[in-house]
Design a protein around this ligand. Structure first.
Ligand code: ACO
Length: 388
């Protein structure tokens, strides 16, 4: 046996018949499944206070930002730390090579798959040297709404619409999606949604973006990975399921029986529960206000409000040990539907909003980089010889 083979097989070269090395002592370090409660980094971007139901971006209350900010100003705040309420961020053009790829996708591709593909292709068209910069973050955040709008039009046989640089990001997205400028109330409602969706600590997709950035990969790779993570129904797929759920409930008098039966089947109620919040999600509170003040609110909003009370009561009854409250996705659904988006666009629209946070985390990670590479506890067989 060569030295290399010996070290690869773990053999210490002892004579045949010598005792096998003892199994390593069990690892006593603590392990938390799903990393729940583990502090895996430091951030100055947002503070999520799960116990009190508070959310701050760089110290500013989310409710104040929804009221007085726009998505462009909030994204800029996250990237730079500066509060400039008049800050603008128009949508950007889709490079021809990316448009060709979007045209080649099947029309029934999921919008999340299309967006992830578009971001990946965009990365191939850009010089994105290390480290990521605010300009990279701005360019990608401005590109993605145009790409999603282009895909949404292509799949229904329409041509994409070029960005209008006179429009700010959210208004521009709706214009490129629908071919007409939205009314101010619609823009305001979707902009509020983008503000509350912009950033939220070390959630799964943001953590993905930070892990990717920590390898000194580029910002497009980080965001493409984050979109893949957000695609899962436990993270970003819930609002469209909220709509399905309410359709199944049908009317408030059926709510209690329907919810009890769903919980008996072990199903989860979409739009409830959160890994961090034990109090009412402040983003849900902000979006409920937005939804209620919309001119064109969906007709099921009243049902959603009534069903929420029943769901909270039954969840408290079923899980007295764990406070399960309304999360952001519950009231995201009526806002997104109210601005005219189809439910299959909800997760991708959430991803557009989260671009600000993902890219701000990429900048923050790069600014004090340490490769993210945790340990894992080995639970397989102890060292043994191959049979035969
Ligand atoms: N409906 C019914 N029961 C629930 C719900 C729910 N929505 N959420 C949690 N529970 C139950 C679990 O079944 C579990 O019960 P068990 O111990 O008897 O199995 C208990 O509460 C604890 O739940 P966990 O799985 O430990 O909670 P976790 O922190 O992992 O989950 C999550 C958080 C994924 C959001 C969960 O609450 C859920 O699946 N909610 C529904 C989907 C949803 O709304 N997702 C959007 C989240 S917000 C966002 O990502 C932007």
């Amino acid at each position: 046996m060569t030295e290399i083979a010996r070290s690869a097989s773990g053999s210490n070269g002892a004579a045949d018949g010598a005792a096998a090395p003892a199994a390593p002592a069990a690892d006593e370090r603590s392990y938390s499944p799903g990393l729940e409660g583990v502090i895996a980094g430091e951030t100055a971007l947002s503070q999520v206070d799960g116990a009190r139901g508070r959310l701050l971006y760089r110290g500013y209350r989310i409710g104040d930002l929804v009221e007085r900010g726009t998505y462009a100003s909030v994204a800029n705040l996250l990237w730079t730390g500066d509060w400039e309420p008049g800050h603008r961020l128009p949508t950007a053009e889709v490079p021809p090579a990316v448009l060709d790829i979007l045209r080649a996708l099947p029309r029934d591709a999921k919008p999340m798959d299309a967006l992830r593909t578009a971001v990946s292709a965009w990365g191939a068209t850009q010089p994105l040297p290390w480290p990521p910069t605010v300009e990279h973050a701005r360019a990608l955040t401005a590109f993605s709404p145009s790409a999603l709008a282009a895909f949404a039009r292509l799949r229904s046989g329409q041509e994409p619409i070029d960005p209008d640089p006179s429009l700010d990001l959210v208004e521009g997205f709706l214009f490129q999606l629908n071919g007409q400028r939205p009314d101010p109330g619609t823009t305001r409602a979707l902009d509020a949604y983008f503000v509350v969706g912009a950033e939220h600590g070390f959630n799964a997709s943001t953590f993905t973006a930070r892990v990717i950035t920590s390898t000194r990969s580029d910002i497009a790779s980080a965001v493409a990975g984050a979109i893949g993570t957000m695609k899962g129904p436990l993270h970003g797929g819930a609002p469209s399921e909220v709509v399905d759920q309410l359709a199944k409930v049908g009317s408030v008098d059926r709510a209690e029986a329907w919810i009890r039966a769903a919980l008996d089947r072990g199903e989860r109620l979409m739009g409830f529960g959160h890994r961090v919040y034990r109090a009412y999600d402040p983003r849900a509170a902000a979006l409920r206000t937005v939804a209620e003040s919309m001119e064109r609110k969906p007709d099921w909003l009243e049902l959603a409000i009534q069903v929420e009370d029943v769901a909270l009561r039954l969840l408290a009854e079923r899980h007295p040990e764990r406070a399960l409250k309304t999360n952001v996705e519950y009231y995201a659904a009526p806002v997104l539907q109210g601005v005219g988006l189809t439910p299959d666009l909800f997760p991708a629209t959430f991803s557009l909003a989260r671009h600000a946070g993902w890219t701000a985390h990429a900048l923050e990670q790069a600014g004090a980089n340490r490769l993210i590479r945790p340990d894992v506890r080995y639970i397989g067989p102890s060292e043994r010889d191959l049979p035969g």
